[in-house]
Design a protein around this ligand. Sequence first.
Ligand SMILES: [Zn+2]
Length: 158
Amino acid sequence: MTLKTSCHNCGINIEHDDWMIGQEAQCPDCGQTILLAPKKETQSPPPKELPELKTKQVSAAQMHLELIRDNSCYKQLRQVIDVVYIIGFVAAIIGLLIGVLNGRATILNGDGGGWIDVLLSIVSAIGAIIFLVAGRQAALLAVDIADTLLHEHSQSKP
Ligand SMILES: [Zn+2]
């Protein structure tokens, strides 16, 4: 027969066979050693509490990362990444406008080849913006990883 014991530390339900009652086991979620002794159904926490707990853990991890970011020695690097991103974005838009206007002028002059200029400008701008967004995300992620590693390293030292 399968029984459930809830972890006294994190509240997760652990399923085990009835012959394991009285034995100690490690919680698969938090690693806490718990005594396998199922509570009555009425005493076990309602399952709706579990997702709430998970979201709390996520927001705690998010807050932890925000804290690391706030005390980061890479703060300026993050600003440089954002400035480069904005400059690149503005340059892409200006390039798009110049290309489209130039193509339009060529078309108005009676040269049908002007549409190639317009098309080329649009494709180039889209490519540049995709590259900028992806590059910014990758750079910020790399700084986050560096920050987290540095933070863990400094905490492991006495
Ligand atoms: Zn637990």
